[in-house]
Design a protein around this ligand. Structure first.
Ligand SMILES: Nc1ncnc2c1ncn2[C@@H]1O[C@H](COP(=O)(O)OP(=O)(O)OP(=O)(O)O)[C@@H](O)[C@H]1O
Length: 252
């Protein structure tokens, strides 16, 4: 269970997050959606302790992030940030091994190597295992970064716009993999998405955020309505249904 309780965040005189409280059940894909500047990345940054909490609390199960030690937190929650500056002189398999650092502390074991192999297979990266990151395309690099996060093998994953640069095939594959990680392996994935139809099709829960506040939380079918999307983005859409899930099209 993820519990956020009365989280507020200010930068100077600006309120970035305004009394955010949220309880999210495990083993599901949770899409965090909302317009640019809503506060999604700031919330992730606080949840992963990259930015210190100013007010309120965040916990993953029994681990309150303010008090958890770094190693426990690294084995509990992994985050893919929106922007990543990675060392190009690393090979793909070496970067994935970094994801195992909380376990091997610099001395990889057979278990770590097996995990890296399994994740590379799962994410169709085996053919680029020996390549330097600097030689990869933007989408390939993004896929490798996501795989590194998965190698960390935490029960909670926070992914900030992981579909950036991914083509239609790889975006769909990633969303299916995330569903399988949640529904079969019991992970909990919170994912920032700008493609509302990816949220509609793949999420178990959608959290709508605007102006630093949570507007609505619920199943895509219940919350991705014409009026809610208009309120959130100021866009007049038509909501269709396919296989029991909403499909959102911009009204011409
Ligand atoms: N260091 C900073 N100084 C001032 N304002 C900031 C700073 N960092 C973020 N903000 C502001 O906080 C607000 C929330 O930013 P945040 O990056 O969390 O939004 P977001 O929902 O992730 O947006 P996007 O969808 O564009 O990535 C924005 O208005 C942004 O300009």
């Amino acid at each position: 269970m993820i519990t956020l309780s009365h989280v507020s965040h200010h930068i100077g005189s600006h309120t970035i997050l305004d009394d955010v409280s949220l309880t999210l059940a495990t083993s599901q894909v949770i899409a965090l959606i909302g317009p640019n500047g809503a506060g999604k990345s700031t919330l992730f940054s606080l949840m992963s302790r990259l930015t210190p909490l100013q007010k309120g609390s965040v916990s993953f199960d029994e681990h309150d992030i303010e008090h958890a030690d770094s190693q426990t937190l690294a084995k509990t929650v992994a985050m893919l940030a929106q922007e990543n500056h990675i060392q190009g002189r690393l090979r793909v398999e070496e970067l994935l091994m970094f994801g195992r650092y909380p376990y091997h502390q610099g001395r990889p074991t057979d278990k770590d190597r097996q995990m890296v192999q399994a994740v590379m297979q799962r994410f169709e990266l085996l053919d680029m295992a020996k390549r330097f990151l600097s030689t990869l395309s933007g989408g390939q690099r993004q896929r490798v970064l996501i795989a590194m996060i998965v190698c960390q093998d935490t029960p909670y994953l926070l992914l900030d716009e992981p579909l950036n640069n991914l083509d239609m095939y790889h975006a769909g594959q990633l969303m299916r993999e995330l569903r399988s990680l949640t529904h079969q392996a019991g992970k909990t994935v919170v994912i920032v998405l700008h493609d509302i139809n990816q949220a509609a099709q793949f999420a178990d829960t959608v959290v709508m955020m605007k102006g630093g506040r949570i507007i609505q939380t619920g199943h895509p079918t219940d919350v991705l309505t014409h009026d809610a999307i208009d309120d959130l983005y100021g866009v007049d859409v038509t909501v269709l249904t396919h296989n029991g899930r909403p499909v959102i099209v911009d009204t011409l």
